[in-house]
Ligand binder design. Structure first.
Ligand SMILES: NC(=O)C[C@H](N)C(=O)O
Length: 347
């Protein structure tokens, strides 16, 4: 794997990543399913937390992979994987979302079906355990593509999604993080430190369909009503069966400026490999608006990449019955899924 140089002031490439190294060759009728998930671009992750994060992303990737192997759609797989990550308090989505300046949770999520280009999104949603489920319902059960706040919650309720007390999603860790952030407000924290833990998934199913899903609590101490990139199709993700699927993480305001997901898709469309496309998009965001972040991508042939410019980005992929996982540059663990039928080999 070679990093492409990024014209940053440091004068060397600092894209971090792992990616599949060669193109899949397959007869068109037998597509090998692929799923890649991320747990958000982040700062340094302690050894103790690394273990929990590893558990979370590998569990989500395996869950999505089993959905695909059983004949489920790419949309089913990305939704299933993201639900698992939303339920895991280690990540900044669903249970474990970061708190806004008022100490409350406001979550954003989006999903896209690469076959029809239909998409669904929700923003500023509060008392729902799994915002990605509501985003999918917006996509499939309404004539709209984006619902926000009260309207999104009323719609979720009408669809039978349980409304829960917001406090159920708040973790002690995030209460402490908000307190610290407020105390250090004048201190210079890097974007990568603040914008952690958004979750996402991209998948290719047996029928060649692509999809993405992204879900987040946003950024710590954000203004009430702030909406980030994650629910914005083209910024938080994009999927097109003719090209590929992308889910992003990082500083939302920067991601929106460059339409990071669509930018990566554009580079794929121009013939770049997933790793090169992700690097080119991240490099542009870094040099043009000084934004850091991460991307997972799978193209229509099943080649995939996980790339980031933040310090770390937990990721996991499953393809050809191999589970791969990493957090920091150079770290890749590979397990044979066939030898471990459990949907969670890491417990
Ligand atoms: N951790 C993240 O990726 C944050 C998310 N992109 C946002 O700005 O809302």
């Amino acid at each position: 794997m070679t990093d492409i140089p990024c014209s940053s002031h440091s004068g060397h490439s600092d894209h971090r990543s792992y990616s599949s190294s060669k193109s899949s060759q397959f007869p068109p009728e037998i597509v090998q399913p692929v799923i890649v998930v991320h747990g958000g671009g982040a700062g340094s992750i302690s050894k103790e937390r690394s273990e929990r994060v590893r558990h979370g992303v590998t569990k989500a990737a395996l869950l999505g992979y089993h959905i695909l192997k059983d004949g489920g759609s790419a949309v089913d797989a990305v939704e299933g994987a993201v639900v698992a990550l939303e339920d895991d308090p280690e990540f900044n989505a669903g249970h474990g979302s970061v708190l806004n300046e008022d100490g409350q949770i406001e979550m954003d999520a989006s999903i896209m079906d690469g076959k029809s280009l239909n998409s669904g999104a929700v923003s500023s949603i509060k008392s729902i355990a799994n915002p990605i489920k509501v985003a999918r319902l917006v996509m499939e059960k309404t004539n709209h593509s984006f619902l926000t706040d009260r309207g999104a919650t009323c719609f979720a309720k009408s669809m039978g999604i349980p409304i829960i007390p917001c406090e159920k999603l708040v973790t002690e860790r995030n209460v402490k993080r908000l307190k610290k952030e407020k105390a250090e407000k004048s201190a210079c924290m890097t974007e990568a430190d603040k914008n952690t833990g958004t979750v996402g998934a991209v998948a290719l199913d047996k029928h060649g369909n692509l999809a993405y899903a992204t879900s987040t609590g946003g950024i710590i101490n954000k203004m009430v009503g702030r909406v980030g990139d994650s629910p914005c199709v083209g910024s938080g993700g994009y999927a097109d069966n003719d090209i590929g699927a992308v889910s992003t993480t990082g500083h939302g305001e920067s991601i929106i400026k460059v339409n990071l997901a669509r930018l990566a898709i554009f580079h794929l469309q121009q013939g770049k490999k997933p790793q090169e496309a992700a690097d080119a998009a991240l490099c542009y965001m870094k040099t043009r608006v000084k934004g850091l972040g991460g991307i997972i991508v799978v193209d229509k042939s099943g080649e995939w990449a996980a790339r980031w410019t933040s310090v770390s980005m937990p990721w996991a992929s499953a393809k050809d019955d191999k589970l791969q996982f990493g957090i920091v540059p150079g770290m890749v663990h590979i397990t044979d899924i066939g030898k471990n039928k459990s949907p969670n080999p890491c417990i």
